[in-house]
Structure formats: structure tokens, C-alpha cells
Design a protein around this ligand. Structure first.
Ligand code: PEP
Ligand code: MG
Length: 747
């Protein structure tokens, strides 16, 4: 940047800061700032548009356009050139605005006489705050230096907006982070919760975007980058790192050492920004690029840069992870994303969790489910909107978050929570009663679990045992492979907690969405159909054997139930089973006490197993239908993909007919059968499964009450007739008929 522009830019930033330091309302400041910018840059027009809600930009101040347009002219994100700047987070620079694609004529502004247009986003680390625009009559393209200078000014405006400099209640402009916000995300775990925000990573507050002395700031940034490099080197020299972790950290170090990064920040400082604001300016630019990069690897690298920038800001401001803030009452955790181990550390003290990213199958979601904490995922903007302590309501059923809700919303939401609590009390009264339908058939209800923490629910839920214990969670929440003795202790505690009730331990189901942090991820084109679950277990039997040994030792004379995930053909089951038999033999020869009995079963999660030879049904001690996977393969609809995962109804009659065939085949060989996918915990689905002939269902503990309550009210033979009627009439799904029948029952 040439020296002349540099010092002018510094002068402008200083004048901006001085304007801010004066007393006066937000509007007054905005007016003076637009005047100041137009004056120093030498353009006829300078306007500031700010977001009034997530979708709407409003002209909040202008020098040059008609004053009566202020607070009148509004546009949607993406609308017109201003909306385009905001949507793309990138500058628009044109000599002939009216002929530019997307130009929208706003007659009330009188802008038609201005030909050239330069707009830059006002954004703070990915958070869109508004757009800063200059316009002039002469048709000319603004130079790179001018674009850069305006971006620097926009950076300072962003910091000021964030600090509330342009909002004051007397102007009727409510500050950011004070308005009620409704965010729509996805369901990670059902349930409703009310509490206060607890940010996993509190935001760094920058109070000094403008600095007088570039040399001091350059010293500060160099020193901070130096410290950052040392800390990354320290990470790298840790002995426990394996090759892959080292590789990732090497890439991270490369960024920390990047000269380009430091040089760009030094240039920002030269133009008048403080060291902190310079870091944020580059971080914002990287975030904007990140949104545009389709390549996962490159996005990951930009993520590294984002992470490094956060560390650098913490070094510069001295604001650590631990800000000294106290965790509020009824904390609701808010984070971009969180690892399973970190989430477990917070444990049950959390009322709810809201993630900006995440997916239904993410490890955090698995843990939240195990802890029965309502979780909303993909809540875009939550980390930039929420502040520690904010009032928040989480609706895990609908995937909705109310942040700082209005009183009316809060009270409606509380009614919902109260109704759920009331229902829970009703269910508690059924706890010791069997799930016997009015026709006299009893369905055994079991619960799914995956953590020690789940086990206390076994007594409270009224479940007869654990129909599915997902053992992968112990593997996922550590950073190294657990040892046999650790696992044996844990499994023994699980059996102790079950107090003699049956626990079906499923051997490790990794691969697909469940990737162990210490195992090299396989770059598979389609991991759900890839090298996962028992396929990994059979190809690398060391872990499978170790797990079986741990289970045998944990049982220590008690009955043991083991099942294998994702069995696709008879041969796989035979092989897996023979590993168990071999371990029994080996443990016996080592003098260990053997379990009183060992049941070895298979999960039916791929359609092929339904057509396995009869030898399979004779050999296996039981079959458990993994409905989540079975359904995704039956309908060829990825259970992780929001676009398709709810597309096909579980009560689709083709699927129900398929389940019926499985039930028939098992009955033919007296092979005990149960169902342990999520659908078992949905009352209407559970009713359909029972009506088809399933006599054992396993579900999350909170579902046992609602499922039992419904089953006890209905006649399963009649329900079956309703399903058959729908099939005879050629209907696609049995749901409408079942719902109609149920509503008549109530009436
Ligand atoms: C299933 O697929 O239905 C199942 C119970 O296993 P998971 O959800 O762990 O894949
Ligand atoms: Mg499965």
C-alpha cells in the first residue's frame, strides 16, 4: 500500500475513533461517520446499511442520498447490489451500477445520478452485520487501494457495531444480542429445555480496533505470533502423538509459520488497525473463503487458520478459555461443534445443547442422546448471536431454539415443558406394569444404552433389560485405544448396574459415521456401505478378540449376551461366532471363571440377511433388527442426509411387509427376534411393529413410558387388521389408517 494512502487511512481511522468517543446517540454517530468517510475518501455518497434481522438490511445513515430514505429503505439479503455484498461477503466494485446484474432501483434514495458503486461487507469473523457503501457520479472503478481502505474502515465499523456504538434505546435501535431470535436447526435429541447460555468457547471482545502507533502494534503481533509458534511446537513435541496426529499438526504449524499471514496482518496494522483488529480482519477473510471452498481438505486447512486466529486473539487480549465467568444456573451449552469427550465432561449438569454444526450421527449427538439431553444441531449463527447467560429455550423435538424469547413465547414454551413433565409422571405410574395390550399379548420393552451414565435409567424407565449396549462410545470418547482391563472393569460395572437383567453387548460398530480419533480415517467414497462394523472386526480381529475377552472376564460367572453389528451373510456370522468360541476356550484354559451361559446373536441391518440360508437362523441365538440401518438400505436413503432421511415412512407398507417376512422366518426356526432401531421408541411405529408380531422392542429409556402407555390401550389384532386393510386397499403407508383407527379408539 503506498505511504500516502497508508497515512490517510490511519488519519481516517483516528477520526472515526474520536467520533465514537464523543457522547451522543447511535444515530448521531452513524451520521457523523458517513459524513467523515465521504469527506476523507472524496466520494459524494457514503451509506451504512445494517441488519435489522437475519434477512433484512436497512439504510441506517447516509451522506449524499436523500435523508428521508434513512430507516425507510430496506432490502433482503441477496437483493440488489447491497444485498449481494452481504450475501457473498465480498466487495462489489462497479463503474456503472445501474447496468450491473441484480441492481435494484430505489427511487426514494435518489441514487440514480450516481454511477459508480463500491460496497464492502461489515462483518466480524463470519458474522454479517451490514454493508458500507460509497458512490460517486463519475463513472469509475475504484482502485484496489481504495477497496482495501474501505475494508479496513468496515472492519472498525464491525467492531463498533459489536460493541453497541450505534444503538441506543432512544433511537429505537436495539443493540445486537438483545433482540429475541428464533433459530431453526435440526433435531439431534428430542426433549425441551429452558436455561441460560453457556458458551463452550466465549467470544473474544476487542475494545480497541484503532491504534495510534503501528510500530508498537507490529511488535505486539510479532511477539504474539512468536508465542503461538512456540505453543504449536510444544504440541508437536508431545510424545504421545502418533504419525497421523503429527501430520495434522505439521500442517497446522505450517500455517502458524506462514509469512504471508503475518505480512497481511502487518499491512492491516500499517493502515491503522490494532493488532487484534488485524487478526480479526484476516480471520473474517478466511471465513468468507471457507464458505466458498467446496474442497473438504482446503476447508479443513482454512479451519486451522481460524483456530490459530482464535488462539492469537486470546494471546493478544489475555482473554483465555476461562474468562472467570460463572456457569449460569440450568446451563445450555452453545458451541460451533464439540467433541464427545468434552461433552461428557459437562455431563448431566447441562439442560440442553445447541450446536452450530454437527449431524445426527455425530459423536456429540450420540453422547447427547445417551445423556438424554435435548440437542439442536445446525443452528446457524447461534455462536455469534448468543452471549453467556442469555435466556434460551431449546426445542429438541422441532429443532428450534428461542434465544432471549419474548414473554409470550417463553410462557407457551413453559406450557409445553409442563405437559411433558406431566406425561412423564403419568408414565412413571406405569413403570412396574407390563406392556400388555388389551388382547392379552405382552411386549417386552428393553432400553438402548451406551454409557455407564445410562444405566441408572434402567430402574426408572421400567425397561426389562438392555436390548442394545453400543460399545463404541467407550472407544470414541478417548484419544487412545482402551485396554482390555479397563473395558472389563467397565463392562462389569454395567452388568452390576443392570442387577441381573439381560444386557445385549454389541461388539464395536465403527466405520461409517463413527470414526475413532486414533484410527486412520479411511477415505471411502461411501462409508455407510463401506468397511465398517463386523467387516472391520473380521479383517482386524485383534480388537474384536480383546473386546470378547473383556466381556467374558466382566461376566465372571454371570450370563453373557453378545451380538455382532451389520452381519450381511451367514459366513460372517459363523466367523464372528467362532472368534467368541475360541476366546471362551482360551479364557477357560487360562483358568478364568466362565459365564453361566453365553448367547451369541446377530443384528439384522442389511436386507440380505433376511434371505440368509436357514443355517443362519438355526445357528444364531437371536436376531435383533437394527432398524436405522435396515431402513436406510431398504429405501436406499442415507440416514445422515437431511434431504432424504425422512423421505420414506417407516410405516410404508413395502417396508412393513419386509419386516413381516423377517418375523416369519425367525418364527419358522424359533429364533428369538427383537427390534432395536430408533423406530421402536416411537409409539405409533412401536404399535405397528407389535401388531406385525414383534414381541421385544428396545428403545431409548425416555421412550419406554410413552410406548408402554399406548400399547396398553390397544388391541394388537385389530391394529394388524387395520394395517392389512391399508395394504389391501393399495395404500402406500399404514400411517393414515392407523392414526384414524387410533383417533376412533380415543373417541
Ligand atoms: C440400527 O442401525 O438400527 C442400530 C440400532 O445401530 P446404530 O444406530 O448404532 O447404527
Ligand atoms: Mg446400525
Amino acid at each position: 500500500m503506498p505511504e500516502r494512502t497508508e497515512s490517510e487511512s490511519r488519519k481516517l481511522l483516528r477520526r472515526l475513533r474520536d467520533t465514537l468517543a464523543t457522547t451522543g446517540g447511535g444515530q448521531d454517530r452513524l451520521d457523523r461517520i458517513t459524513h467523515l468517510i465521504a469527506d476523507s475518501i472524496g466520494t459524494e455518497v457514503c451509506s451504512i446499511y445494517l441488519f435489522r434481522d437475519a434477512e433484512t438490511l436497512e439504510l441506517c445513515a447516509t451522506e449524499g442520498l436523500k435523508p428521508e430514505a434513512v430507516h425507510k429503505t430496506k432490502m433482503k439479503l441477496g437483493e440488489g447490489l447491497v444485498g449481494r455484498v452481504a450475501r457473498t461477503n465480498a466487495a462489489v466494485n462497479t463503474a456503472d451500477a445501474p447496468s450491473e446484474k441484480g441492481f435494484r432501483y430505489m427511487p426514494e434514495t435518489g441514487e440514480e445520478i450516481y454511477s459508480s458503486f463500491l460496497g464492502v461487507p461489515i462483518q466480524r469473523v463470519g458474522e454479517k452485520l451490514g454493508v458500507l457503501v460509497v458512490q460517486s457520479k463519475t463513472a469509475r472503478q475504484y482502485s484496489d487501494d481504495e477497496v482495501y481502505a474501505l475494508e479496513v474502515v468496515a472492519m472498525v465499523l464491525a467492531e463498533m457495531t459489536e460493541l453497541g456504538a450505534f444503538t441506543s434505546d432512544e433511537d429505537g435501535m436495539r443493540a445486537l444480542h438483545r433482540q429475541p431470535v428464533l433459530l431453526r436447526g435440526g433435531t439431534g435429541q428430542e426433549g425441551a429445555a429452558e436455561g441460560h447460555v453457556w458458551l463452550h468457547e466465549p467470544r473474544v471482545v476487542v475494545t480497541n480496533p484503532v491504534a495510534d502507533d503501528p510500530l508498537t502494534e507490529i511488535d505486539r503481533i510479532r511477539e504474539a505470533v512468536g508465542q503461538l509458534r512456540v505453543s504449536v511446537d510444544d504440541l508437536l513435541s508431545a510424545e504421545s502423538l502418533d504419525k497421523d496426529q503429527k501430520q495434522v499438526l505439521e500442517a497446522y504449524r505450517m500455517f502458524a509459520n506462514s509469512r504471508g499471514w503475518l505480512r497481511r496482518m502487518e499491512e492491516d496494522i500499517q493502515s491503522g488497525l490494532s493488532a487484534e483488529a488485524a487478526v480479526e480482519k484476516e480471520q473474517s477473510a478466511a471465513r468468507a473463503r471457507m464458505d466458498q471452498v467446496p474442497d473438504a481438505y482446503l476447508r479443513e486447512r482454512l479451519n486451522d487458520l481460524d483456530d490459530l486466529s482464535n488462539r492469537l486473539l486470546r494471546i493478544l487480549t489475555g482473554q483465555g478459555q476461562d474468562t472467570g465467568a460463572e456457569m449460569p444456573e440450568n446451563p445450555v451449552l452453545v458451541a460451533r461443534n464439540i467433541g464427545p469427550a468434552e461433552l461428557l465432561d459437562y455431563g448431566r449438569k447441562l439442560r440442553g445443547v445447541v450446536l452450530e454444526e454437527g449431524s445426527v450421527g455425530s459423536h456429540a449427538a450420540i453422547v447427547a442422546r445417551a445423556l438424554a439431553i435435548p440437542l439442536v444441531i445446525n443452528a446457524t449463527r447461534i455462536t455469534s448471536e448468543a452471549l453467556n447467560g442469555d435466556h434460551i429455550m431449546v426445542d429438541g423435538d422441532q429443532g428450534i431454539v428461542h434465544l432471549r424469547p419474548e414473554d409470550a413465547v417463553a410462557s407457551a414454551f413453559r406450557d409445553k415443558i409442563a405437559m411433558q413433565a406431566e406425561a412423564q409422571t403419568r408414565y412413571a405410574s406405569l413403570r412396574d406394569l407390563p406392556a400388555t395390550a388389551t388382547c392379552g399379548t405382552t411386549i417386552a420393552l428393553h432400553m438402548n444404552a451406551g454409557l455407564m451414565a445410562d444405566l441408572p435409567s434402567l430402574v426408572g424407565s421400567g425397561a426389562e433389560g438392555v436390548g442394545l449396549f453400543r460399545t463404541e462410545l467407550q472407544f470414541l470418547i478417548r484419544n487412545k485405544m482402551p485396554r482390555r482391563a479397563e473395558l472389563a472393569t467397565l463392562y462389569a460395572r454395567v452388568m452390576d448396574a443392570a442387577k441381573g437383567k439381560r444386557v445385549a453387548f454389541r461388539t464395536l460398530d465403527i466405520g461409517s459415521d463413527k470414526v475413532l480419533p486414533y484410527m486412520k480415517p479411511n477415505d471411502e467414497p461411501n462409508p455407510a456401505m463401506g468397511w465398517r462394523a463386523i467387516r472391520v472386526g473380521l479383517d482386524k480381529p485383534g480388537v474384536l478378540r480383546m473386546q470378547v475377552q473383556a466381556l467374558l472376564r466382566a461376566a465372571n460367572g454371570r450370563p453373557l449376551t453378545v451380538m455382532f453389528p451389520f452381519i450381511t451373510e451367514l459366513g460372517e456370522f459363523q466367523q464372528a461366532r467362532s472368534h467368541v468360541l475360541r476366546e471362551i476356550h482360551r479364557e477357560k484354559s487360562l483358568g478364568h471363571i466362565m459365564p453361566e451361559s453365553v448367547e451369541i446373536g446377530a443384528m439384522m441391518e442389511t436386507p440380505s440377511l433376511a434371505f440368509a440360508p436357514k443355517a443362519f437362523f438355526e445357528l444364531t441365538d437371536f436376531v435383533s433388527i437394527g432398524g436405522n440401518d435396515l431402513k436406510q438400505f431398504f429405501f436406499a436413503a442415507d440416514r445422515e442426509n437431511e434431504r432424504v432421511r425422512r423421505r420414506y415412512d417407516t410405516l410404508n407398507l413395502s417396508f412393513l411387509s419386509f419386516l413381516e417376512q423377517i418375523i416369519k422366518r425367525c418364527a419358522e426356526f424359533d429364533t428369538p427376534l427383537s427390534f432395536c432401531g430408533e423406530d421402536a421408541g416411537r409409539p405409533i411405529e412401536a404399535l405397528a411393529l407389535a401388531a406385525l408380531g414383534l414381541r421385544s422392542l428396545s428403545m431409548r429409556p425416555a421412550s419406554v413410558g410413552p410406548v408402554k402407555a399406548l400399547l396398553r390401550r390397544v388391541n394388537l389384532q385389530e391394529a394388524r387388521a387395520v394395517i392389512e386393510g391399508a395394504r389391501d386397499r393399495g395404500e402406500e403407508s399404514a400411517r393414515p389408517a392407523l392414526m384414524e383407527w387410533l383417533s376412533r379408539q380415543q373417541g
